[in-house]
Write a protein that binds this ligand. Structure first.
Ligand code: SAM
Length: 286
């Protein structure tokens, strides 16, 4: 049994889809604290019911966080133990709680992490893209111009970058990346992690764009996009031509296999990626 300390705020990570992905300690803490603050109480009630936790749930979201800070500080001062959870994953990671933790930590409150799932770490762990250093970008700005500006500042960043994206912006996000970074950049897109229709696409921004267009269903759900860092201009064409243009030229003269093999040598794409892209281009033409 976990020991629950009085006058302590526990920041508890919860599943990002599969309800089984919660730690024993998280369940014990949620069952034993005096009250739980949740981003959306209707959503969190399902998780609590699943684990037969009958604790009291109180809302803490972006719109009331500032007002709730005093209430929480008073409860902690009275010796109450409290937990904060978000709808999914780790609180404060593109979720509410930062202002609360910032203020309380400055007041010397006891704040304890109960670690667990986060979509960003889950995606990184399976992307097959460098993990020794990475930068978490969260959600890109919703407005097109600001999104492009943000991506331009990242275009020459040499380390892995991780983005969160929703279904209604994933296509625009990939297009904006292609226009600022070129289509040959390595990428992995993790979709619906830990859920029934979980999928991971690994390739380049160009092949990802084709994969998204191939089937509407590929654009549905929640996404983490893991982007490889800038590697300089590795292509013999000096970056003036992207892999799609190059393949189109080669395909006009050569059979698919040969065109893909040559394109891979010239552009730095893997043979497999070049072959997939060549097939997609061929289908587009017919
Ligand atoms: N706090 C959460 C965490 O630790 O991952 C993130 C919350 S943020 C509001 C929600 C975003 O996280 C989604 O739009 C998506 O980009 C990503 N995400 C959450 N669950 C996911 C899943 N099961 N598969 C893929 N991405 C997910």
């Amino acid at each position: 049994m976990s020991q629950i300390d009085s006058g302590t705020l526990y920041i508890v990570a919860t599943p990002i889809g599969n309800l089984g992905d919660i730690s024993f300690r998280a369940v014990e803490v949620l069952a034993q604290v005096d009250r739980i603050y949740a981003e959306d109480t209707r959503n969190s009630i399902r998780l609590l019911q699943h684990y037969q936790i009958t604790n009291s749930l109180h809302a803490l979201h972006d719109h009331n966080e500032e007002r709730k800070i005093n209430e929480i500080a008073l409860l902690l001062a009275e010796g109450k133990s409290l937990a904060l959870i978000s709808d999914a994953g780790t609180p404060l990671i593109s979720d509410p709680g930062y202002k609360l933790v910032r203020t309380l930590s400055r007041q010397g409150a006891n704040i304890v992490a109960v670690p667990g799932p986060s979509a960003l770490i889950a995606a990184l762990s399976i992307a097959g893209i460098a993990t020794d250093r990475f930068c978490f970008e969260g959600f890109l700005p919703a407005k097109k111009q600001s999104r492009l500006q943000r991506l331009e500042t990242l275009a020459k960043y040499p380390q892995t970058q991780v983005f969160y994206e929703s279904s209604h912006r994933i296509v625009a996000c990939v297009q904006a990346m292609i226009s600022t970074m070129g289509g040959h950049r390595e990428v992995a897109l993790a979709r619906e992690l830990t859920k029934v229709y979980e999928q991971v696409f690994r390739g380049t921004l160009e092949t990802l764009s084709c994969w998204l267009a191939e089937d509407n269903y590929h654009q549905k759900g929640e996404f983490v996009l893991v982007l490889g860092g800038y590697r300089g201009d590795t292509s013999l064409t000096g970056g003036r031509m992207d892999s799609e243009q190059l393949l189109s030229i080669l395909l006009a003269e050569l059979p698919v296999k040969q065109a893909a093999s040559l394109a891979a040598k010239i552009s730095g794409l893997s043979r497999n990626e070049a072959y997939k892209l060549a097939l997609m281009l061929q289908q587009k033409d017919h």
